[in-house]
Design a protein around this ligand. Structure first.
Ligand SMILES: Cc1ncc(COP(=O)(O)O)c(C=O)c1O
Length: 384
């Protein structure tokens, strides 16, 4: 795996690179070689005399770029020919109403499995959409982990689907709570599974055929902010509601190569670079092994003593976002400020969990996890 340059020992004396270990939850770190490529392409994209920020979305450079991104993503993710890869805008948050707008028929029911903050938001917006636009449609909460502050992923025996859901919605990785599905939920046969995969897309091999829709913001695992990827099966595009505004319809984006209007060309371009980078790492299998090894370095410290208070139940732990607390808030403040002084940033937990959140997406280097683990051990020694 490509390693980033050595980190700063301290933020104030950051050495020649000037870069620190950015554990931010998103937008987040990109691989060094991707950043260097962007630097080149911003000046002159593939020798065309224009920078990548300046090319037209109707020009031949962009025609070639979008075709190559489609090809590379299909190769990386094993995305079959009967799925479209769309690039939309508005983030994963906008899919909260775009999904029901397209897939929830009048009088229908959509099932939601809520395993965290973002799943809750998805269900709330679907409820709002059903109330305002899709007469008689309802949202059914099929399962939730709220009883234990979303510290676990419910088992199939804890999920109760409605009689005939139009779709089942899930969140594969819970960015804020640090939990992740280790299986595909057993949704009723023939019912499309809609997955918000914002924070773990392409972090491990994925069987796309188990899903009807997989979507997310690109800004964590797959590029920078500005575009939302939507991987959707053809029959769902064809059967989607047509009585909604054109720019909300999946069909509009499928028909027009995701450029019915001016698309976020730069963000989409970075997705292309990430697809090539993933290929170069050996694909999703290799990336999954690397991600597991990175996460283990930190979980091993958390499991090493009762000093650490991990949030997620062991069987539900995320390999992307690791959440934990210390004995007191004062100690947590100390931890955050000492980490910052060592060139470790972006680890303050979300207010829903407090404490710390260490985000280690695909591009995050192993050396950064080693530095974090060492810092934790040292901190415990000094403050235990
Ligand atoms: C799992 C998940 N879903 C949705 C969102 C919201 O994404 P966006 O900011 O792209 O709307 C996030 C953001 O962190 C997320 O982690």
């Amino acid at each position: 795996m490509t390693t980033m340059h050595a980190p700063a020992k301290s933020a104030s004396s950051s050495g020649s690179s000037g870069r620190i270990y950015n554990f931010g939850a998103g937008p987040s770190v990109l691989p060094e070689e991707v950043i260097r490529q962007i630097q080149e392409d911003v000046w002159n994209y593939k020798g065309c005399g224009m920078g990548v920020l300046e090319i037209s979305h109707r020009g031949k450079q962009y025609d070639a770029m979008i075709a190559e991104i489609d090809k590379d993503l299909r190769e990386v993710g094993g995305i079959p020919a009967n799925y479209r890869i769309l690039f939309m805008t508005g983030g994963a948050s906008s899919q909260n109403y775009i999904v029901p707008a397209n897939l929830l028929p009048k009088g229908g029911t959509a099932d939601y499995i809520i395993t965290g903050y973002w799943g809750e938001k998805s269900a709330e917006d679907a409820q709002q959409y059903a109330k305002c636009h899709n007469a008689g449609a309802t949202v059914h909460i099929a399962g939730t982990s709220k009883d234990k502050n979303h510290s676990y992923i419910p088992g199939d025996d804890q999920i109760r689907y409605s009689a005939r859901p139009a779709y089942v919605h899930m969140t594969s990785n819970n960015t804020i709570y640090g939990t992740q599905w280790k299986r595909v939920p057993a949704a009723p046969a023939g019912v499309p599974l809609v997955c918000d995969a914002s924070s773990d897309i392409f972090s491990e091999p994925i069987d796309v055929t188990k899903y009807g829709v997989i979507y997310g913001g690109a800004q964590k695992n797959l590029g920078t902010t500005g575009t939302t990827f939507v991987i959707i099966r053809d029959d769902l595009v064809a059967g989607a509601n047509k009585d909604i505004p054109k720019m909300l319809q999946y069909g509009t984006f499928a028909k027009d190569e995701s450029r019915p209007n001016t698309p976020p060309t730069f963000a989409i371009y970075t997705v292309g670079l990430m697809a090539k980078w993933i290929k170069k790492q050996g694909g999703l299998k290799a990336l999954a092994a690397a991600n597991a090894a990175k996460a283990k370095l930190i979980y091993d410290v958390l499991d090493g003593s009762a000093y650490w208070k991990p949030h997620a139940r062991k069987d539900s732990r995320s390999l992307m976002n690791i959440t934990f607390r210390l004995g007191t808030e004062a100690l947590e403040e100390k931890f955050l400020s000492e980490a910052k002084a060592q060139g470790i940033d972006g680890i303050k937990g979300h207010r829903a969990t407090g404490g710390m959140r260490v985000s280690i997406y695909n591009a995050f280097p192993k050396a950064g996890c080693e530095a974090m683990a060492q810092f934790m051990k040292d901190f415990e020694k000094r403050n235990g």
